[in-house]
Design a protein around this ligand. Structure first.
Ligand SMILES: Cc1cc2nc3c(=O)[nH]c(=O)nc-3n(C[C@H](O)[C@H](O)[C@H](O)COP(=O)(O)OP(=O)(O)OC[C@H]3O[C@@H](n4cnc5c(N)ncnc54)[C@H](O)[C@@H]3O)c2cc1C
Length: 390
């Protein structure tokens, strides 16, 4: 089964296909295709090229740089971008805080933050999780106490992705410790990470890279006009943001690229009398993954088509759960294609090909995907209660 596109949609797709492959530097796309780490500059360069052509934040309201595209056009925009191995617009800006400010922020906040957020002149990071508040996010303990025209913030965040590159943080804080429900006393504050009292410390991940951080707040003074929406309404905004985050994690196009890379190298790997790609067991594994991916793609289209403004769609949990499982399956496939060549990770003097040496760290790194954005167990609970009504 294939998605049938109208002639206009085909023209739209072909134009984007051409744009992504000619306007975004090949060195950047090559790095994405083969799973190499991008520098901050490369991420900013790619985002800015998209932005200059109106392609960074099509999901935003048109007034703030969005496009009145159909769900199918939105899907084509994202799928073609992933297929061309273009880095997606910085998710903290484009999918997380931008849509929240556009939906819930005051006019003043919108004017101040939306243009630089769309242009990636401000790099945002997400200050939600804490050492004892991950799945149970509403237990967060970082406090913000009102003091005149400011809030004084104290506490700690953890797993803050790319905070080392960030200019600003959007941060969930407890403003009412006595609220009857813990969800009711939470607010969303925006502040510069260079404010006195903010300390960022790196955490090394299982693949050896520095991707996440701990962020500490000690008497950080934040102007009260940097509160999003209303005080103590932060939980509503957080749920909206997490729904967008989960849908964004699906990554169908990226997994297609990873499968294509695995097939390319499998075709060059000899086993018995033929290639690994021709091996019936391997071919069956690839076919199954491709079918699962197609099913996910069609589900994604349905979710995008039925999402109503401002409301989190619980189906985003299905996309997050299944999308990350397939991402992991693809990294596992690639690791298996590399075989023993995957083992000498980071060794300069070993002759195994560079792509094979990267499959080990890639496989390990992708273990994260079933944890971040809400773990698989948490997604299953949401699906059971809100979709299946159990
Ligand atoms: C690579 C990476 C990047 C991240 N980036 C960010 C970021 O930028 N900003 C940010 O705020 N956070 C970020 N996170 C944090 C992420 O959202 C949390 O790790 C996640 O929500 C899980 O929380 P936890 O780590 O505290 O685990 P816990 O909540 O302690 O969970 C531990 C285990 O228990 C299970 N579990 C917990 N509760 C239940 C339940 N009710 N039912 C069944 N099982 C349950 C979980 O599924 C998990 O297996 C990131 C995490 C990772 C790994």
């Amino acid at each position: 089964m294939k998605l049938a596109l109208s002639p206009d949609e085909v023209a739209f797709r072909d134009e984007l296909r051409r744009f992504y492959r000619t306007e975004i530097p090949a060195e950047i796309r090559d790095k994405v295709e083969y799973g190499r780490e991008l520098t901050r500059d490369e991420i900013v360069t790619s985002h800015k090229i998209l932005h200059e052509h109106g392609l960074a934040v099509p999901n935003w309201p048109a007034q703030w740089g969005g496009k009145d595209w159909t769900p199918v056009q939105r899907h084509i925009w994202e799928d073609e971008m992933q297929l061309a191995s273009v880095p997606e617009p910085l998710t903290f800006n484009a999918n997380m805080i931008g849509p929240v400010i556009a939906q819930f922020g005051s006019q003043e906040l919108k004017e101040r933050f939306l243009p630089p957020t769309a242009a990636l002149d401000i790099w945002w990071c997400q200050g939600f999780s804490e050492p004892d508040a991950g799945s149970d996010l509403a237990s967060l303990r970082t406090t913000a106490v009102r003091d005149g025209d400011s809030y004084i913030v104290n506490g700690q965040k953890i797993w803050t992705t790319l905070a080392q590159y960030a200019d600003w943080i959007f941060c969930l804080v407890r403003t009412d410790p006595n609220a009857p429900k813990k969800q009711a006393g939470i607010s969303l504050l925006l502040f510069d990470v260079n404010t006195p009292g903010v300390t960022i410390r790196p955490i090394k991940l299982i693949d050896g890279h520095h991707e996440v951080n701990e962020v500490f707040f000690e008497n950080v003074r934040v102007p009260a006009d940097q509160l999003v929406g209303e005080e103590n309404m932060g939980w509503t905004y957080a749920k909206f943001l997490l729904g967008n985050e989960r849908t964004g994690i699906t990554g169908v196009g990226r997994t297609k690229v990873r499968l294509a890379v695995a097939k390319k190298y499998a075709a060059q790997t000899n086993v018995g009398g033929g290639t690994l790609l021709a091996d019936p067991l391997f071919a069956a594994r690839v076919a199954e993954l491709e079918n699962e991916l197609l099913a996910l793609e069609l589900t994604l289209l349905r979710v995008v088509a039925n999402s109503s403004e401002g409301k989190p769609n619980p189906a985003s949990s299905v996309l997050k759960l299944r999308g990350t499982e397939l991402q992991q399956a693809a990294t596992e496939l690639l690791l298996d294609v590399a075989g023993p060549d995957a083992l000498p990770v980071g060794a300069d003097d070993i002759a195994s090909p560079d792509w094979a040496q990267r499959t080990g760290p890639g496989y390990l790194n992708y273990r994260k995907t079933t944890i971040y954005g809400g773990s698989s167990e948490v997604q299953r609970t949401i699906i059971a209660s809100t979709i299946l009504g159990l």
